[in-house]
Design a protein around this ligand. Structure first.
Ligand code: FES
Length: 292
């Protein structure tokens, strides 16, 4: 069985949920907005976890190289300490994202978290050993930590690339749209104050669109929420943090009607909007070239 096949098997084991669900509820109880949104990366319009993990991973890999050169070992010890400190915010952001994912991602995420915790413990032990002048033991512990952290990074990569954790589900849906202008119907057919469902046809697949009318202004969003594909056409219009937003009915992410930027998480990616123009009183929309 391939490594990826093994990880997919782990992601299918529902019995893990007996342990994972209480842990998830605990994370949701501790991490509250606005700290939780800070950890998701909602303020940045991009998930922060893949950015934050660069510091511990880079520090520990560099320490592994420097440890191979005896006169560079003090620098290696410094980098291990830097990596241990940087692992804390990286883990917090990962926990925030993990708590809002689907069951399959949560199962692999739990394995990822356990492996990272073991690696962190080995690095902390390495620092303690080095402080007591037991450099040989310190290097054994840190190289063991590096091996486990590397394996854990592979799990994290599988969560991102194979399970689309952290990816924009709206951008994926937008790629199925036709690149032609779509006729969504007369302006007068759209209600005020709530999103209306229209379907983008003529592309690789039919794509639900969420259309929001404010007077003569119309905003057209891809209907699949960037977080986990929730149906934005069934969402609500609310003011969130000073902006008029389209709010997802699944986990409450709020997207600025004007820009599509997230104003409240768990979404960290913006919501895809279409270009809009009026033609003889009818609403026309077209996917942006970046999504074609
Ligand atoms: S699917 Fe999770 S907030 Fe929309």
């Amino acid at each position: 069985m391939s490594l990826l096949g093994f990880l997919d098997r782990v992601a299918d084991v529902a019995t893990f949920d007996k342990v994972i669900e209480p842990a998830r509820r605990a994370v949701l109880g501790v991490l509250r907005p606005p700290v939780k949104d800070l950890l998701h990366g909602t303020w940045l319009g991009h998930p922060v976890h893949p950015i934050l993990v660069q510091v511990p991973v880079g520090s520990w890999v560099s320490a592994g190289l420097l440890d191979a050169i005896p006169r560079m070992r003090p620098a290696a010890t410094f980098l291990i300490g830097a990596g241990v400190a940087a692992a804390v915010p990286a883990a917090a952001s990962g926990a925030a994202d993990w708590s809002e994912q689907g069951p399959g991602v949560r199962r692999l995420g739990a394995l990822h978290a356990v492996a990272n915790t073991v690696a962190l413990g080995l690095y902390a032990g390495s620092l303690a050993a080095r402080r007591k002048d037991r450099g040989g033991l310190g290097r054994v512990l840190s190289y063991s930590g590096l091996a486990i952290a590397g394996g854990s990074a592979a799990i994290g990569g599988h969560m991102s690339y194979a399970q689309s954790s952290g990816a924009s589900h709206a951008a994926t849906a937008a790629r199925a749209l036709s690149s032609e202008w779509l006729d969504l119907g007369p302006l007068d057919d759209f209600p005020e104050g709530r999103p209306a469902l229209r379907t983008g046809t003529g592309g690789a697949a039919d794509v639900p669109l969420a259309v929001v009318r404010r007077g003569t202004k119309v905003d057209v969003f891809v209907g699949a929420c960037s977080h986990l594909s929730g149906p934005l056409q069934e969402g609500t219009i609310e003011e969130v943090r000073g902006s008029q937003c389209l709010v997802c009915p699944w986990h409450g992410s709020a997207f600025d009607l004007d820009s599509g930027e997230p104003r409240r998480g768990p979404a960290a990616n913006p919501q895809e909007k279409l270009e809009v123009r009026m033609e003889a009183g009818r609403v026309m929309a077209r996917v942006h070239s970046r999504n074609r």
